[in-house]
Design a protein around this ligand. Structure first.
Ligand code: FMN
Length: 223
């Protein structure tokens, strides 16, 4: 049996964090409001924004590749359209390739200062081209050119390769920069949304909304 080597460099930090009790007094139970999870999502999202959480619109997106291996990365939530969660990316990226072979994905928001977590699971599909066009057109020119220049997730020999590509595309287009065909939005159609709220004594609150036979049902879960 191989011996396991503990990395002691970080022990001091682990010990401090283990004993660190949050100051946040999340004393109220989650109130179940409305007949779908979107009322609570809207209310928590607004609260995350109003309480100035850092990057409240950033979430972890997990996808699964053709071999069944999961991977996660942070992306921004940009819109909610017909109760679908929209984010924008490069369709040829790692996540784009994953979503082509497996449309199932999971989203995770974490707002530590208000002790909230939201887990969302469902299936992704590309948004209508017009929706991607409208969003792309709302971006500054520098971001538009970046979308052309970056072959997201492909290997890069060095920075200058990317800078050269940016230069090439900035010469190519004048002020009218079209959306690259490999860039656009996905919408995640949720099947399950879980709301987690920190409560005293680790008796945290968990509410799950799940779509069953086209109806949202709600239940509580043990922490
Ligand atoms: C705060 C933050 C926001 C990000 N937002 C996006 C985004 O909206 N779209 C995107 O494609 N990548 C975004 N990224 C970069 C991704 O995390 C990731 O590096 C990139 O999409 C490539 O991922 P992939 O190789 O797994 O496809 C963001 C990263 C951070 C840290």
């Amino acid at each position: 049996m191989s011996t396991q080597m503990k990395n002691e460099n970080l022990d001091d930090i682990f010990n401090i964090l283990r004993n660190d009790h949050s100051e946040f007094d999340g004393d109220e139970a989650i109130e179940i409001i409305g007949d779908s999870p979107f009322h609570l999502f809207n209310s928590w999202y607004k609260e995350a924004f109003e309480t100035k959480q850092s990057e409240p619109n950033a979430f972890s997106l997990s996808t699964v590749n053709a071999e069944g291996s999961p991977s996660s990365r942070i992306v921004y939530l940009k819109e909610l359209i017909d109760e679908k969660f929209v984010f924008y990316t490069n369709y040829n990226s790692q996540k784009g390739k994953d979503l082509k072979v497996n449309t199932r994905a999971a989203m995770l928001f974490f707002w530590p200062n208000i002790e909230r977590q939201i887990r969302i699971e469902g299936e992704c599909e590309k948004v209508a081209q017009q929706i991607s066009d409208d969003y792309f057109n709302s971006r500054p020119d520098s971001s538009k050119l970046g979308a052309w220049a970056s072959q997201q997730s492909e290997m890069l020999v060095d920075r200058s390769e990317l800078e050269n590509r940016l230069h090439y595309y900035s010469e190519q287009f004048n002020s009218n920069i079209p959306r690259p065909p490999h860039w656009g939005g996905y919408q995640l159609i949720p099947q399950k949304i879980e709301f987690w709220k920190g409560r005293p004594s680790r008796l945290h609150d968990r509410i799950v909304w799940e779509l069953k036979k086209n109806e949202w049902v709600v239940y509580r879960k043990n922490p």
